[in-house]
Ligand binder design. Sequence first.
Ligand code: NAD
Length: 257
Amino acid sequence: MQRLANRRYLVTGAARGLGLAITRRLVAEGARVMMADVAEELPDRVAEIGPSVAGVRCDVADRGSLVTAFGAMVTAFGGVDGLVNNAGIAPRGDIFSETPEGFDRVIATNLTAAFHATQLAVPHLIAAGGGVIINMSSVNALLTIPSLLAYNVAKGGLNQLTRNTAVALAPHNIRVVGIGPGTILTELAKNAVMADDAARRQILSRTPLGRAGEPEEIAAIAAFLLSDDASYITGETLYADGGRLGLNYTVPVGDDA
Ligand SMILES: NC(=O)c1ccc[n+]([C@@H]2O[C@H](COP(=O)([O-])OP(=O)(O)OC[C@H]3O[C@@H](n4cnc5c(N)ncnc54)[C@H](O)[C@@H]3O)[C@@H](O)[C@H]2O)c1
């Protein structure tokens, strides 16, 4: 399928995990992608994927760095048709242990970055006649895990950013949508929640499909939402969670997986 032929996307956090899988899928559907990340392996991933992509070192928590990324995108591809706000971190910390600096860093990376990138993308999208913005949310926008306090708060805020900007940008033919994954097998998930057997068993016990998701399953949703097949969807966050949100299953209070 070449649903995204000649479209140009900026994907943050593109060097690993979901961002990398999304980049590969968008390229397979005909798009060009500017891969933005702080990870050292970014140039290797860019070289592997080939001429449809370019890379820019970008710390999404720094607005100036995002300005540089959009500049690189315009230089490389001549414009912007869409943005995937995907970069995120999920360090542990609850209301007792979280530091002010730690809280601020998670909010800056997972939430404020999406505000900055959206604001910077809008003039380019309007110039292109419209476009699509995806915010990478989580089931944790709706469900809470006490030890992921800042992450939960950031993802909840991100859903409101999606709804708010969808309404504000609709007159400009810009759709804003979210994806809310459950547990997907990336480094972040392996470190944050799949690190030990008990936590893994707990997660699978409350996942009706009985398995964690694969990054490619999220990438397929991103391609759909960016494409004209999703032309009447805006303001929504689509949850890909193996059925988890529908399951009324409780775990003991204090369990943190
Ligand atoms: N994997 C899951 O189970 C899962 C579930 C729900 C939501 N998500 C969300 O999906 C997104 C991607 O997660 P993932 O699992 O692929 O994580 P990951 O850790 O595998 O990859 C995250 C990428 O973001 C980059 N990154 C981190 N901080 C950055 C910064 N300040 N500037 C630029 N790049 C930065 C990292 O270098 C890395 O390449 C995150 O927003 C995460 O919250 C993941």
